[in-house]
Design a protein around this ligand. Structure first.
Ligand code: FES
Length: 231
């Protein structure tokens, strides 16, 4: 598998997660929903990679997380090329809904700037309370609404981006009436991915309409229609 080297420049605390800003040529940046499987160059004995997803927005540095607590600015990282399938928001989408379901909104925030640049409306649907620190990440053009607004108006989005744990799929989809979510969409399924996209261990299996699929290779973003009501 091809490998890249990145420099960890800065550490950020994003709620309970730690993120880092890394120097990496932009042609190798993952798109929202893809990940880089990374190890610290000095951790020769480390077996499992840290799967790092783009978070917040994109600037001259790539911001990724979650990074291990022991990593420090100045560390060199060995990374794979971007792994898996990310979100694919159609340019025709006029209303885009973001649902970080019981997880941090940081990964879905990477979609905001590209979508706003395309002049679409963006709404962030959230269950529970967003802290002011999290609200500070959200551009003023993004409407922040309770998740119940989406449950009551499932026809609003043209495209829906969901981020959730694999174990939360049933409970999330159970809130919607069958066939009520007709829009296109992508579901970022969070699951352990220990073999860095090799498809060798099966730990990241996700039940879809096409049978069992691997989050590391077939996902981690699955089409909404593939996982809707089969989780
Ligand atoms: S992480 Fe091993 S098969 Fe997906």
């Amino acid at each position: 598998m091809s490998s890249l080297t990145a420099n960890l420049v800065e550490i950020l605390q994003l709620g309970p997660e730690i993120a880092g800003r890394v120097e990496l040529p932009s042609k190798h940046w993952p798109v929202p929903g893809q990940f880089l499987a990374c190890q610290r160059v000095t951790d020769e004995m480390e077996i499992l990679p840290a799967n790092l997803f783009p978070v917040l927005g994109f600037s001259h540095l790539l911001t990724v997380g979650p990074i291990p607590a022991v990593w420090q600015p100045g560390d060199q990282l060995a990374c794979t090329l971007p792994q898996g399938h990310g979100f694919d928001v159609p340019v025709s989408a006029r209303r885009v809904g973001l649902v970080p379901y019981r997880v941090s909104p940081a990964r879905l925030m990477t979609l905001v700037t590209p979508v706003l640049t395309g002049s679409a409306s963006v709404a962030l649907f959230y269950e529970g309370h967003l802290t002011q620190a999290v609200l500070d990440w959200v551009p003023s053009q993004v409407e922040v609404l309770p998740l119940s607004e989406l449950v009551d108006n499932p026809g609003w989005p043209d495209y829906l981006a969901v981020d959730l744990e694999r174990t939360a799929m049933n409970i999330f989809f159970a809130q919607f009436k069958r066939h009520s979510l007709q829009c296109e969409g992508g579901v970022l399924v969070r699951t352990p991915m220990p073999c860095r996209g090799l498809g060798a261990c099966g730990v990241c299996s996700v039940h879809t309409r096409r049978g069992w699929r691997l989050a590391c290779a077939d996902g981690p973003v699955f089409p909404l229609a593939e996982v809707w009501h089969v989780a």
